[in-house]
Design a protein around this ligand. Structure first.
Ligand SMILES: [Zn+2]
Length: 482
């Protein structure tokens, strides 16, 4: 089966053609580890995970690299401001190294909670300083750099194709105000190496041929991706916010350094929006002050995979509207899938147990039409909402034998990773005391009768007893607050 991916370079869906037959290299821009990742950040790691699992199923050997940015990411994208790690260290009177280690751990734990397959090693920018210096030296030898008072800069005017990814128009690009320009020649030039300033002691700094300092954020990704995936590799992923600056600069410096095309397919995930509004201003971001962490959802009693379901239920190139209601609906849907699977599992022998790791790892091309349909959904630019719909339709199909349903569910689990065979929460819910169950039944009846005052009264009563109710079209679900 062919895999098509929407390539930001061409703004089209293209059939995936690997550089090396049977292999796929993927680089995903990782977090800057000075604070917690929010769920908007985490969303952008779900689709590369599905991509990786789909590629594996198609028989590719996948090498996936996610980096850790632990130095060089400044508070302003215009090479101004403070290093985010150094600032956090100063504010908290702590070691920048400790902060990086702490938030790297939090990040990895969040990925694991979302069933994201974490590569065995995540390269850190601070662990790859010589590689970055070597690349800057290469650029300097090619005449692509110049010195300013505060660092070594990439001269974007020397790279004729600058801005191709973002389709930045050449005119107007180079004009900037004096403030924005600093010592830069062109507005789109960017720092490759920044000098440590004389008046503030940095915790993270290194000697270089140009003086003591630290690397720029963009050069990190080029140096690390090339080290592990080669000068030219298949797929690079990130958020849409990386298109105009970070990825544009990665392409410019990488192609200037090697003279080769850098990456064949650029995939970008869209923002998570807080609320119903499609307004971009409502995107979740640190500067917007509307951050939600995965841990907060867990503290509210949610299973992390409810968020994964929510993320999968929107196409990665669409905005994801995050509301409490949407998360509740995603959680109820996830439980609904498990209930259906357990239901058919009861009829088929030995299906109540989750498949082993090995059985979950999808290695065979599907023989069944429904499995092929689900795979085709994912092969169509990772259409996860359609894949979920395919799974739902099959599980609800009364004519489909239980064994086939279970096989499809196992197949889907290998790609979507929703712990579909974990029935522990269903069992816990069924352990609800009779008296609580009775109140819930009364509330549902009141709601059906449109007696909302009574329904609210009973809902509050349940809340006092430590239970919340989620309503769906065909019924309700009782959740125990943990
Ligand atoms: Zn990056």
């Amino acid at each position: 089966m062919e895999l098509t991916l929407f390539n930001t370079l061409s703004r089209k869906k293209e059939v995936f053609q690997p550089i090396k037959s049977g292999e796929a290299g993927i680089y995903t821009c990782g977090p800057t580890v000075y604070a917690h990742a929010h769920i908007g950040n985490l969303r952008s790691y779900v689709f590369p995970d599905v991509l990786k699992k789909t590629l594996r199923l198609l028989g590719y050997q996948v090498l996936h690299v996610i980096n850790i940015t632990d130095v060089g990411h400044l508070t302003s994208n215009a090479d101004e401001g403070e290093d985010k790690l150094e600032r956090a260290a100063r504010q908290q009177a702590r070691s920048a190294w400790d902060i990086a280690a702490e938030y790297t751990e939090h990040y990895l734990r969040d990925l694991r909670r979302l069933n994201i397959d974490v590569p065995p090693d995540l390269p850190r920018a601070t662990g790859h300083i010589p590689e970055q210096i070597a690349m800057i030296e290469k650029l300097a030898a090619g005449g692509y750099t110049y010195d300013t008072e505060d660092g070594i800069y990439f001269d974007s005017a020397r790279f004729p194709d600058y801005g191709r990814l973002a389709r930045l128009k050449a005119e107007g690009l180079q004009e900037g105000s004096r403030v924005e320009m600093g010592g830069k020649r062109n507005k789109t030039d960017f720092a490759l190496w920044k000098f440590s300033s004389a008046d503030a002691q940095r915790q993270m700094e290194w000697e270089s041929p140009w003086g003591k300092g630290f690397p720029g954020w963009h050069i990190e990704c080029s140096a690390m991706s090339m080290k592990y995936l080669g000068e030219r590799f298949d797929i690079h992923t990130g958020g849409t916010d990386h298109i105009p600056v970070h990825h544009t600069n990665e392409i410019a410096q990488s192609e200037a350094a090697t003279g080769k095309p850098f990456v064949n397919y650029w995939l970008h995930g869209e923002y998570l929006i807080v609320g119903e509004d499609k307004d971009r201003d409502k995107r979740m971001g640190k500067s917007e002050g509307n951050l939600l962490r995965l841990q907060q959802l867990i503290d509210e009693g949610y299973e992390p995979l409810a968020f994964r379901y929510l993320a999968l239920n929107a196409h990665y190139r669409n905005y994801l509207n995050f509301t409490d209601q949407a998360l509740k609906a995603a959680d109820a849907a996830l439980m609904g899938l498990r209930r259906l699977i357990r239901g058919v599992g009861g009829e088929a022998a030995g299906a109540a147990e989750a498949p082993s790791e090995e059985a979950q790892a999808p290695v065979e091309t599907p023989k069944d039409g429904r499995e092929a349909a689900l795979l085709a959904d994912l092969c169509d630019d990772l259409n996860t909402p359609r894949a979920l719909a395919t799974l739902w339709t099959a599980l609800r199909d009364e004519r489909l034998p239980a064994g086939k349903k279970l096989a499809l569910a196992g197949f889907a689990e290998g790609l979507l990773s929703l712990n579909l065979f974990d029935f522990s929460r269903l069992e816990a819910q069924e352990a609800v005391p009779d008296v609580i169950r009775e109140i819930a039944e009364q509330r549902w009846a009141a709601r059906q009768a449109k007696d909302y005052a009574e329904s609210d009264r009973l809902r509050n009563l349940l809340a006092k007893e430590g239970f919340s109710v989620q309503d769906g079209k065909e019924g309700y679900q009782l959740l125990k607050f943990s």
